[in-house]
Ligand binder design. Sequence first.
Ligand code: NAX
Length: 327
Amino acid sequence: MKKPVRVAVTGAAGQIGYALLFRIASGEMLGKDQPVILQLLEIPDEKAQKALKGVMMELEDCAFPLLAGMEAHSDAMTAFKDTDYALLVGARPRGPGMERADLLAANAQIFTAQGKALNAVASRNVKVLVVGNPANTNAYIAMKSAPDLPRKNFTAMLRLDHNRALSQIAAKTGKPVASIKQMAVWGNHSPTMYADYRFATVEGAPVKDMINDQVWNKDVFLPTVGKRGAAIIEARGLSSAASAANAAIDHMRDWALGTNGAWVTMGVPSNGEYGIPKDVMFGYPVTCEGGEYKIVEGLPIDEFSQECINKTLAELQGEQDGVKHLL
Ligand code: NAX
């Protein structure tokens, strides 16, 4: 059996946490031969800490053979100690009457503190995934607050958008979702994201030839993927949780264990690829190998795609500008 690794999860008593922790503990994220120690962070609030204890009781009751330890924390400085993986799920939701600037500022406070804590106490190789919204900007803030850790350790979750795009293409083409390769999602985890199936194939055949309908792309596909989160809230009365947790598992598993050449989407700090300014936390198609991701480079960007990329980039830069004074 391998040596246990430490996995920190914030917002552990929330609804995504509830869909996530059991799958991490069962080995679905890091492999069925990898024991894990869960380091769970919740706000100090008595109700949240009590709810966290309840989740931990259930985790105990699963008697997971891979769960080598479990801790409850209310301080990031202890929760992130020596952690190898950090899934930052907890964030401040938009309250009634809250302006966008207030939301950005409230989250900037959380992710500055958590970035600093990671910088101070986490493993130097920690892999960080930010799920809490606005995910890209929160990941950017955490990265900027952790100057002693490599920038590439910080990522944001675009995988739910990627998976949503795959399932829409599967439905449209009538092909199994597993047969669709080379999907890409560019930009921000928001309705401005650009899901791009121009390079996608099914059993080697180009998806765009199978669909060949730019009106469907623009008027149906992109809005369906972009507004899927709102559609789930409308239908379920609650925001996506199981699918978000599933995407977080996919993201971390692929980053840690590799994709065997397959493309997945991750929000990662730009090094200037595709003209995106350095450090912008941008959704890119990537492949993963040996615990490292690599942006797929050299893809042609046509006029429509460039417009979409410019729009999502402008939104991200607006968010980034909104928190600049707080960093
Ligand atoms: P919940 O409100 O159910 O749970 C969030 C939990 O985080 C709460 O228990 C809260 O006490 C805790 N929390 C808040 N601030 C914290 C802090 N500073 N440290 C530790 N814990 C803290 O929300 P849930 O549905 O689980 O969603 C969590 C976040 O994921 C939200 O920000 C949500 O917007 C975001 N999402 C991101 C997605 C993505 O694709 N990137 C998709 C799903 C989801 O909407």
